[in-house]
Design a protein around this ligand. Structure first.
Ligand code: IMP
Ligand code: MG
Length: 174
């Protein structure tokens, strides 16, 4: 097991509990409907594993990998799709499962990219939201936890590709 990194913000128990609550909310919002969960690689997979178990609806999954380039503080950040969704999303209820919404650049792009496939609906479910950092007008529909402007790792989130396997969300003290 990896050593404790920085300060623990959310434990595995807290995150699982929150996933259960959001799963119940999603079940109410999509009663009787099938859902396509689209996980964002790589950071979204741990949260996705919790969320998908918490949703009782008929559920299918797929993945997308996008990365943003350019200045992180610029609204002109260019996003590139590195791995596309394979499923046909026509007339599907899509929920994008993301680790964190920071400036919103990546999610805004992914959401409009997937909307081109003519799904029935597209919503966003994120483990973490950093609203103070937002540069794009994108809002998650289901939010695990709102956080201040901290750099967090664990539960899928990385620092230089490390710490994704930590079973909690911690922050690195700068
Ligand atoms: P955005 O396009 O600025 O919203 O950036 C979103 C992506 O940046 C996330 O999917 C993460 O991969 C990464 N990111 C943003 N903040 C953090 C953080 O605090 N820790 C780790 N990765 C982060
Ligand atoms: Mg990510």
């Amino acid at each position: 097991m990896a050593e404790i990194i920085g300060k623990v913000l959310f434990t595995e128990e807290q995150i699982r509990q929150r996933a259960k609550e959001l799963g119940e909310q999603i079940a109410r919002d999509y009663e009787g409907e099938e859902i396509y969960l689209i996980g964002t690689l790589k950071g979204g997979i741990v949260w996705m594993a919790d969320i998908m178990k918490a949703i009782p609806n008929d559920t299918k999954i797929d993945f997308i990998c996008a990365s943003s380039y350019g200045s992180g503080t610029s609204t002109t950040g260019v996003v590139k799709i590195k791995k596309d969704v394979e499923a046909d999303l026509f007339n599907k209820n899509v929920i994008i499962i993301e680790d964190i919404v920071d400036t919103g650049t990546t999610l805004k792009f992914i959401k409009s990219y997937l909307a081109e496939r003519n799904p029935k609906s597209v919503k966003i479910c994120t483990l973490l939201d950093k609203p103070s950092r937002r540069l794009c007008d994108v809002q998650a529909d289901y939010i695990g936890f709102e956080i201040d402007n901290l750099f967090v790792v664990g539960y899928g989130l990385d620092y230089d590709q490390k710490y994704r396997n930590l079973p909690y969300v911690g922050y690195i003290e700068g």
